[in-house]
Design a protein around this ligand. Structure first.
Ligand code: HMN
Length: 291
C-alpha cells in the first residue's frame, strides 16, 4: 500500500434520471479527476452509495472505472457488505477486474462481536492477494485502538481508512503499530489534522469536488507550511459545512456539474438538486458563502 498515498476521492457513483448506473458520466468524472491531479480513486464506499447498489452494479462500476483509468492511478475497491460471503464475492471480482487494493467497513447492523469482525477480515484477506484497508467509520461502529492493533496483525490488512475524530490515535498507530501500516485520514474537514498527525494519504467525498484545495493541503503539510494548510482547510470547510447542512452527496454531484463534470443523480431516498428551483437556491446560498 505504501505506493498509494496522496489525495484520493471516494468517488461518487453517477446514476441517470431513472436511477440507473450511468457509465458515460462515470467515465467522464474519472477523466475530470485525473485531469485535476488526484492520486488515486476509492470506489463504491459510502460516498459511492454502495449500500444502495446490487452486487452486479458494484462490480460493473469497478470494471468501468478500471477500464477508464488504464493504470494511470491506483484504484481501491470498497467491497464491504454485511455478509462475509457477499464481500468475498466482491473482493474476488475486484482482484480479477484489476483493482489495486480492497477496503471494507466492518459488518454492521447486528452489532457483531470483535471476534466475528476479525473473522470477517481474515476470511476476506484469505480469499484474495490484494492488500486490505480496514475502514474505521462511525456509521459502521468505531474500532478503538486495541481492535485496530488486532486488525493490523491479520495477514493482508495493510492499512486503515481512519474516519474517527480521535486523531491522536493516528499518531499512536504509527508509533505502536508501525510506520508501514498505512493510514488514510477520512474526515475531509480535518484533512490537515490527519496529515499532520502522520496519515499517509486522505480519502474522502469532497475530493470529488475541490481536489485542488486538498492537493494544496497535502503539499503544504508535507512541506511544513502549516499557515497555508490552515488557510486552505478553512476554504474547504466553508464548502463542506455548506454541503453537510443540505444533502452532501447530491450537493457534490451538482457542484461537479457546475465545474463541467456532470456526476448525475443520487438514488432515493437521497434527494437531488436537479429541479430549477432547488438548483437556483443552492447556487444562491453558495454565492453567499463567506470564503
Ligand atoms: C466513503 O466511504 O465513501 C468515504 O471515503 C467516506 C468519507 O470518509 C466521508 N465520511 C463519511 O461519509 C462518513 C467523509 O468524506 C465525509 O463525507 C466528510 O468528511 C464530511 O463529513
Amino acid at each position: 500500500l505504501s505506493e498509494i498515498t496522496g489525495v484520493i476521492p471516494a468517488l461518487v457513483t453517477p446514476f441517470d434520471e431513472n436511477e440507473n448506473l450511468d457509465e458515460a458520466r462515470m467515465r467522464s468524472i474519472v477523466e475530470f479527476l485525473i485531469g485535476r491531479g488526484i492520486n488515486g480513486l476509492y470506489l463504491t464506499g459510502s460516498t459511492g452509495e454502495a449500500f444502495m447498489m446490487t452486487l452486479e452494479e458494484r462490480k460493473r462500476a469497478l470494471e468501468v472505472v478500471v477500464d477508464q483509468v488504464k493504470g494511470r492511478i491506483p484504484v481501491i475497491a470498497h467491497i464491504g457488505a454485511i455478509s462475509t460471503r457477499l464481500s468475498i464475492e466482491l473482493a474476488q471480482h475486484a482482484e480479477k477486474a484489476g483493482a489495486d487494493a480492497l477496503s471494507s467497513v466492518p459488518p454492521f447492523y447486528w452489532g457483531f462481536s470483535q471476534d466475528q469482525v476479525i473473522g470477517y477480515y481474515t476470511d476476506i484477506t484469505n480469499s484474495t492477494n490484494l492488500p486490505m484497508i480496514a475502514y474505521n467509520v462511525p456509521l459502521a461502529g468505531l474500532f478503538g485502538f486495541d481492535m485496530i492493533k488486532r486488525l493490523s496483525e491479520i495477514k493482508g490488512v495493510e492499512g486503515i481508512k481512519y474516519t474517527a475524530p480521535t486523531h491522536f490515535e493516528i499518531m499512536r498507530i504509527k508509533a505502536e503499530i508501525g510506520k508501514d501500516f498505512i493510514i488514510y485520514s477520512g474526515a475531509d474537514e480535518m484533512a490537515m489534522s490527519g496529515l499532520s498527525f502522520g496519515a499517509d494519504g486522505i480519502i474522502g467525498s469532497f475530493y470529488n469536488l475541490i481536489p485542488e484545495t486538498f492537493l494544496g493541503i497535502y503539499d503544504a503539510v508535507k512541506s511544513g507550511d502549516m499557515a497555508r494548510a490552515k488557510d486552505l482547510q478553512e476554504t474547504a470547510n466553508a464548502i463542506i459545512f455548506f454541503s453537510l447542512s443540505r444533502n452532501p452527496i447530491a450537493a457534490i454531484k451538482r457542484g461537479m456539474a457546475w465545474l463541467g463534470a456532470d456526476a448525475g443523480y443520487c438514488r432515493k431516498p437521497f434527494g437531488n438538486f436537479y429541479d430549477a428551483e432547488s438548483e437556483a437556491k443552492l447556487k444562491e446560498d453558495f454565492r453567499g458563502l463567506k470564503r
